[in-house]
Design a protein around this ligand. Structure first.
Ligand code: BV8
Ligand code: ZN
Length: 256
C-alpha cells in the first residue's frame, strides 16, 4: 500500500502520544500461526481456547505443557518481521509511544532491542512494551508463583526448584485475570493518546479488544491495520487493509 491519506500522516506527525495494540496477525509474516488459523499436525484436533486455560492444565498438564513447548520452539526459530521493526521505529519517532501486545512471542521486544535508528537510537528508560497476556519464554510456578526464564526440563511437566509445584507458561489463560498493573497501564495508554493503532487483531478477546473503543471514546484517531474487517472497523477513522509487514513500513516511511 503506497499512498496513505495525508490527514493520517499529519495526525501521526502532530501526535504527542501514539499507542499501538497488536495481535497475532503482526507475527503471522514471521511464520507464526494466528489463533484463527487452524492448528496442524498433532495439534489439529485441538482449538487453542481448549488448551490455553487453567481447566485444561488441571485436566492434562503434560498435554498443555507440550503444546507450549512446541510453540516456544517455533517462536525461538523465527525473527521479527518488517511490521515489528516499523513499530520499533515509530517508537523512536513519536514523543511518547506505548506498544500493547496480546502476543506472547516476545517478537516486539526483540525488534526494539535490535533496531538501530541512525540519528536517534533512544535508550528507553522503561520499555514501551506492555505484554498484556504474558510471555511464552517465561514460566511460572503454579503453586508459589515464582517466575523464571530457565528451568530443568524432564520428561514430565517441570517442577519448581523452590516448592516442587508444577511449572506453567507465564501467560494469561482464558478465564484468568490479566496482570493488574499491565491492564491499568494499557487503559491509561489507550485513553491518553491522540492516535491509537489496532494491528493484526480480530478484536474478539476481552478485555484487550475494549482498548481501541476506550481510545475512540476519548477522541483519539483510531487506525486499524488488518487483512479483513473486524468489529472495530466501522468505528475506526482509517482502515488500512493489507499485511502489517507491508502496510506499517510504508506508513512509517510516508510519515517521517
Ligand atoms: C478475563 C495468551 C476476567 C495465551 C490469550 C465466556 C466464558 C469465559 C470467558 C469469557 C467469555 N466471554 C468472554 C470471556 C472473557 C475471555 C474472552 O474474551 N473470550 C473470548 C474468546 C470470547 N477473556 C478472558 O478470559 C481474559 N480474562 O476476561 O478475565 C475473567 C476472570 C474469570 C472468569 C471470566 C473472566 C483472558 C484473555 C487472554 C487469553 N490469553 N493469549 C496463549 O497465547 O496461549 S488470548 C490469545 O487469543 C491471544 O493473546 C489473543 O489475545 C487472542 C487471539 O486474538 P488475536 O491476537 O486477534 O489473533 P487472531 O488469530 O484472533 O486474529 C488475527 C488477526 O490478524 C485476524 O483479524 C487476521 O485477519 C489478522 N491478520 C492475519 N495475518 C495478518 C493479519 N493482519 C495483518 N497482517 C497480517 N499478515
Ligand atoms: Zn513454587
Amino acid at each position: 500500500m503506497a499512498n496513505f491519506p495525508a490527514t493520517l500522516l499529519n495526525f501521526l506527525r502532530q501526535a504527542e502520544r501514539v499507542t499501538a495494540l497488536t495481535g497475532a496477525g503482526v507475527s503471522q509474516e514471521s511464520g507464526l500461526r494466528t489463533f484463527r488459523d487452524a492448528q496442524t499436525g498433532l495439534w489439529s484436533q485441538y482449538k487453542p481456547e481448549d488448551l490455553a486455560s487453567p481447566e485444561a492444565f488441571a485436566r492434562a498438564p503434560k498435554l498443555v505443557w507440550d503444546w507450549y513447548a512446541m510453540r516456544r520452539e517455533k517462536v525461538r526459530a523465527v525473527e521479527p518481521n518488517p511490521g515489528h521493526f516499523a513499530l520499533a521505529e515509530m517508537g523512536h519517532r513519536v514523543p511518547r509511544f506505548t506498544l500493547i501486545t496480546q502476543n506472547v512471542d516476545g517478537l516486539h521486544r526483540k525488534a526494539f532491542q535490535t533496531l538501530k535508528v541512525s540519528e536517534t537510537f533512544r535508550v528507553w528508560k522503561e520499555s514501551p512494551i506492555i505484554e498484556l497476556h504474558g510471555n511464552i519464554q517465561r514460566v511460572r510456578c503454579s503453586e508459589c508463583g515464582m517466575v523464571a526464564d530457565a528451568w530443568e526440563e524432564n520428561d514430565d511437566v517441570p517442577r519448581c526448584a523452590g516448592c516442587g509445584g508444577m511449572l506453567r507458561p507465564d501467560v494469561v489463560w482464558f478465564g484468568e485475570s490479566l496482570p493488574r498493573s499491565a491492564l491499568e497501564a494499557a487503559v491509561e495508554a489507550a485513553r491518553g493518546c491522540q492516535v491509537f493503532l489496532s494491528i493484526g487483531t480480530s478484536g474478539l478477546v476481552q478485555p484487550a479488544a475494549a482498548l481501541a473503543f476506550a481510545a475512540h471514546n476519548k477522541g483519539a484517531v483510531v487506525v486499524e491495520v488488518n487483512l479483513e474487517p473486524t468489529p472495530l472497523t466501522e468505528k475506526a477513522d482509517f482502515f488500512l487493509q493489507g499485511k502489517s509487514g507491508e502496510v506499517l513500513p510504508g506508513l512509517v516511511k510516508a510519515t517521517w
